[in-house]
Design a protein around this ligand. Structure first.
Ligand code: GLU
Length: 441
């Protein structure tokens, strides 16, 4: 059975980059009628926080990315220890004692000599007695996986044929000196034990994949299909890594972005398929094909989420937004009318409050100098509120007759005088909700 997983480390909230990973894995599982696992990679007790675990779950639920199973690596440490022992028994796991400073020095020397900064395996030459002495001096060493120096090859679901020379990669540290198991090992154990068939993640993991392929083989697991999606950049191609903190899903949610907008954009961005608003998850799943994604960095502009959000909202019935309409201060008996007038004129639901205030208190008029006399003349003809559905047509007909203005030259100055903006709802529909006109009063 097709099984995928989203494996965030709960050391922060999920951002737009993580969403891409989560979504691709989710869509692959759902399209195949398979299973989607949420795996919390919390082997780092210091940096992992419950608050983030909760936050990650809330974000996924908000998006409708429901998981079939949730697991936590912190509850599976025995399995990792057993795998570590197996690697030790096979002679593929060794203890090394270099301090970070020593490693850094080695790297610098190698780079100076024009060599790749690959760990030199000095620890392999240590005798038992030397290890004892180092352990007494420095505490436990780290445990490194001994790579086979051969080429590691796989057919990547996005990148195509990949071939990496294992000799160009340092033997990865899988257990730290303090005993903490690193996700690189934990992930291999879990993917094998949980029957994960497809692993989609960012291209920053390509080297990990190479080492993990050897680990899976050493531990006798079955290799999943790997696919590495390109990393996101900002709209100008600039690195996004530093700004990802500001692109947390919870912040986008707080800014009024709708799940449908996020899903529609992120399920297609970077692929040859067009981005269009998709309100139906089944259609999103159906049209998803990982092989349509390219390896080039993918430009992401958070601004693109807003037109999609607006389009999504404009199609909603009042029931779907009744709570927000009410929270904007609109009384129930006006809600239907209010929503009909505003739904196509908001960027997010956060704009509702502004429209209601405008209707209640009147807008700051916008009157261009050349229209001042005309607007004054027109306003003198406007009756006092409350207005009704006929007010706009009756009034503008009268203004037209009196001033001779017509078309845009007639309507636009009046719209701007009454609403303070050049764009907005159909004025006939707006008038009955408009309680106050500030201009000329
Ligand atoms: N916890 C890892 C990360 O967030 C998981 C990587 C993976 O998908 O294997 O980078």
């Amino acid at each position: 059975m097709t099984t995928t997983r989203f494996a965030p480390s709960p050391t922060g909230y999920i951002h737009i980059g993580n969403l891409r990973t989560a979504l691709m894995n989710y869509l692959i599982a759902r399209k195949a009628g398979g299973s989607f696992i949420l795996r919390i990679d919390d082997t780092d007790p210091e940096r992992s926080k419950e608050e983030y675990v909760d936050g990650i779950k809330r974000d996924l639920e908000w998006l409708g990315l429901h998981w079939d199973r949730v697991d936590r690596q912190s509850a599976r440490l025995d399995l990792y220890e057993a795998a570590a022992q197996k690697l030790r028994d096979m002679g593929r796991f060794y203890e090394a004692f270099e301090t970070p400073t020593e490693l850094d020095l080695k790297r610098k020397k190698q780079l100076n000599m024009g060599k790749p900064p690959v760990y030199d395996r000095a620890a392999l030459a240590l005798s038992e007695a030397e290890k004892e002495r180092l352990r007494a001096e420095r505490g436990n060493g780290v445990w490194r996986f001994k790579l086979n120096h051969a080429r590691i090859e796989w057919d990547d679901g996005i990148l195509g044929d990949i071939s990496i020379d294992a000799a160009s990669v340092s033997d990865p540290v899988l257990i730290r000196g303090d005993g903490q198991v690193l996700y690189t090992l934990a992930s291999v154990v879990d993917d094998t034990e949980m029957g994960v068939t497809h692993v989609v993640r960012g291209s920053d993991h390509v080297t990990n994949t190479a080492t993990q392929i050897q680990m899976i083989e050493a531990l006798g697991g079955t290799l999943p299909v790997f696919a590495h999606h390109s990393l996101l950049t900002g709209p100008q191609g600039e690195a996004l890594s530093k700004r990802l903190g500001t692109l947390a899903l919870r912040d986008l949610r707080a800014q009024g972005v709708q799940p449908a907008a996020l899903l529609s954009l992120m399920a297609r961005l970077g692929s040859s398929d067009p981005v269009e608003l998709q309100t139906d998850m089944a259609a999103l799943i159906d049209g998803f094909d990982i092989s349509h994604f390219g390896s080039a960095p993918t430009k992401f502009d958070a601004e693109d989420l807003y037109p999609l959000t607006a389009r999504y909202l404009s199609g909603l019935p009042l029931e779907a937004v009744a709570e927000e309409v009410s929270a904007a201060g609109v009384p129930d008996d006006k809600a239907e009318e209010f929503w009909a007038v505003t739904r196509e004129n908001i960027r997010t639901l956060k704009d509702l409050g502004g429209w209601w205030t405008l209707m209640q208190n009147g807008a700051e008029p916008q009157i261009d100098a050349e229209d001042a006399d005309f607007v004054a003349e027109a306003l003198a003809l406007l009756p006092e509120p409350p207005f009704d559905a006929e007010t706009w047509s009756t009034w503008t007909a009268e203004v037209k007759a009196q001033t001779g203005r017509k078309g845009r030259g007639l309507f636009m100055p009046l719209r701007k005088a009454l609403t303070g903006q050049a764009h907005g709802p159909d004025m006939s529909a707006l008038m009955p909700l408009l309680q106050v006109v500030k201009a000329g009063r």
